[in-house]
Design a protein around this ligand. Sequence first.
Ligand code: AMP
Length: 531
Amino acid sequence: MSFADLGLSPKVLSAVQAAGYETATPIQAQAIPYAMMGRDVLGIAQTGTGKTASFVLPMLTKLEQGRARARMPRSLILEPTRELAAQVADEIEVLGKQHKLTVALLIGGVSYDEQDKKLDRGADIVIATPGRLLDHFQRGKLLLNGIQVLVVDEADRMLDMGFIPDIEKICKRLPFTRQTLFFSATMPAEIQRLVNNFLHQPARVEVAQRSSAATTIKQRLAKAPVEAKGKREVLRELMRAENVKNAIIFCNRKKDVGIVLRSLQRHGFNAGGLHGDMDQRTRTATLEGFRDGSITFLAASDVAARGLDIPAVSHVFNYDVPIHPEDYVHRIGRTGRAGREGFAATLVTPKEIKAIKAIEKMMDQEIPWLDGEGLSENEVEEAGSDDKGGRRRGRGGRSRGGAKKSAGGGSDRAPEKAVEAKSEAPVSESAKPADDKPAQKSVDDQPNDKAAKSAEKDDKPKKGRGSSDKSSSDRRSSDKSSSRPEKSAKSDKGGRNDKSNKNDKKKGDNEKVRGMGDHVPAFMMRSVRPS
Ligand code: AMP
């Protein structure tokens, strides 16, 4: 559909033309007319559909009337991450070129001073992460009663990151007469509740099921071993394919982002990393580098890479199968954008077979294996497939011992142990500065440098005895079985009791290694008297 039919102002139309947008995308064609009528809109759309312009263009048209006053912004866009907020600011810069509007970007990880100044001068548009917006509000630097248009973008990601209470707080402080444009890729019950409470008879527009991936993306599965070193080898092989121009490599955990990144760099790949614990300056610089091509590969976590709009990503590699099927669609959506060809390969270990099945079920589509065969039932059975996270383990966690870990050998134990210890820790984007608040359910976990370093050693080129000895001692210290004798020694200290006797059978192996254990040297068996 042509933009000219959507009721936008001439100024906006000429900006759209200058931006090179020829026809409106389906979400734009559906949402813009309602927004132009002043209706509240509930847009169910994911990134890559052009949804940003679907709220920016009507907003720009509306803001042509009137002027901003000091500390009283006229419109507010809430984004779950700093990157998304910055991305929307970029799009407004392009589309609002002729409008000369003041845009304040209120995100964490950067000083308050500049943001305060912008607000004092009077911002037409505030783009903010919820935590930082509330900080400004509570510091008295911002009044919310001049807001005419509120945009809540990526609401389901806000939910994942624990921002819903903040959004509710913000909504309650906005004028009742405002217009609300609300976007989410999925509609879980909590989001529906928010919509019911804060939107007024919204027009519901929906463009694509969350389960669908762009048809321009070629998807493949690659067999990978559970053991981390072998898994990284498979990844490198995939990355060396001829047509890989640049790629995002997704890991489920922050710690693995670091491990994979350092491993890739050691192997000569031009790589950068992106995860929620990085400071803002590094994140921005890394992203810039990836955008302008000075960084070819980006190892990233879901939270950090959510919704990144980098138009020409040739490949996405999933180092881990995402725990939540819908994350798969988001991840692979970083490639094949704006009608380009894209390629997404997912490493699948025998433990992750259930998770990949869940993704296939959600998409109602089988993803072909690169080798044409996939994993045999034996391989899967031997490794004991991880089920899809969730109840037993919490988000992002790994098995706490239910699944056999035998397939991996020693080298990936250290990181797994670290995950066991930390997987329940609430982390996010926001487990850092004051801006983006707590995340009850974020996928990232805390980095664990010690574990990461020990795993890293495993794929360093062997430099001789010294280094390999060290890494094996690291492995030993993280090996559960080797720590058992210590435990039983402790219990012995306090004297043996009934309970410990009962446990003797269990501890059998450890008890045996005391003294000579079961092994009786032959000379002791010899009779002292000559027969
Ligand atoms: P979004 O879903 O808002 O993240 O947009 C994804 C990408 O599509 C961005 O790079 C936009 O600049 C681009 N885009 C948005 N609308 C259009 C359009 N009508 N025609 C072409 N590209 C567009």
